[in-house]
Design a protein around this ligand. Sequence first.
Ligand SMILES: Cc1cc2nc3c(=O)[nH]c(=O)nc-3n(C[C@H](O)[C@H](O)[C@H](O)COP(=O)(O)OP(=O)(O)OC[C@H]3O[C@@H](n4cnc5c(N)ncnc54)[C@H](O)[C@@H]3O)c2cc1C
Length: 382
Amino acid sequence: MIEVFFTEEQQARKKKYRALVAEHIIPRAREIDEKDRVPKDLLAKLTVEPFHLSALSIPKHLGGLGLCQVDAGIIAEELGYGFPALIPLMEIGQLYSNVLLIAGTEDQQKRFLGQLVAGKIGCYALTDEGPGSDPANMGSVARAEGDGFRLDGHKRLITFADLGDLFAVFANEAPEKGAKGVSAFIVEKGAPGLKLERHVPYLGLLGHRAYDIELDGVYVPRENRIGTQGEGLKIALSVLNRTRISLAWGYVGLARAALEAAVKFARERMIDGRPLAEQQSIRFALAELATQIDAARMLAYRASVMADKQLNHRMETSMAKLASGEALIKSVDLAFRIHAGYGGDKEYPVPVERYLRDAYSWISAQGTPEVQKLVIARELIR
Ligand SMILES: Cc1cc2nc3c(=O)[nH]c(=O)nc-3n(C[C@H](O)[C@H](O)[C@H](O)COP(=O)(O)OP(=O)(O)OC[C@H]3O[C@@H](n4cnc5c(N)ncnc54)[C@H](O)[C@@H]3O)c2cc1C
């Protein structure tokens, strides 16, 4: 029971978002999954009233909610529990905002964050055609031209690029310098040369739509570069170090839903005249999973508190993402196996097959489990 660590305000926030998810999202989850699209009326509720997902981390003086990492995590867990495909909307809001919060000037923050508060959508374009785990060697380039830059390259798996009004884009100004050449830019929707190449038809997290995009000589004025030349990768990694924490909370939310489904089925399924839940093998599996999920949530909580206290939390963040990802995969696997023949039935009232699709589709976002291990090991061994 994580609530024992929460303030009264945080307990109230958890209740509020749980109720909002139950009212606005869960009843529409199946429809969104089937159509792979978030209805416009729901999108408006998610970005502005009553969810405010785009503006959670934006400070109050810029019109946002100014939530701390624990508060954002509480919301992410409830969304993950209800329908994780909508978390990417929250995630890209945080990814995009943090680029500006970490490295933007006051003027850039006002110009580019104010729009999110008003309901516009900011995207985050780091992953390139090359390995996403190795952004130092990205192929996207930025050439100085006149009073700005021309961007060329291809970006992969850019969440909600079709809805994006603003894009935080990373490109290399000095490819010979590798990691030290990457810079961050804000590109506005409609910029000539910014093209949606392909909607990526995904296995799960449907409703969340990812696109490959092309940067075909996109012109960016100098005042849209965030930070200095070559500071981009440092910014990108600092951003991920914050946003991975909410992702960990989101994984815990979906794991909780899968565990609940497994417990319910095990209690109700009669085998040989006895509920399945009376089998010791099943009880042990459920007990181990519940322990693993709670441990992952505690790690996410610790990383959040450390981030909120502005302590170095790189290792703790990666531990939280790694542990919650493992708990998530274990939970959907167990739920699927306990449901046996019902597990794959798309019309079964509990969407166990969607849990499985969503979990596997989600696990690599913002750095694979192997990348988290690399971060942890680097912090341990340095
Ligand atoms: C749902 C979803 C949404 C996404 N949204 C966005 C978005 O909005 N913006 C964006 O920029 N990106 C986005 N991404 C991309 C994501 O960040 C990348 O998929 C991720 O970084 C992994 O990159 P990759 O897919 O190229 O895999 P690769 O980097 O090619 O990795 C392939 C395999 O190699 C392993 N590996 C890599 N390096 C090592 C190593 N040193 N040692 C051992 N193993 C290693 C990996 O763990 C993995 O198993 C999204 C991804 C998903 C799944």
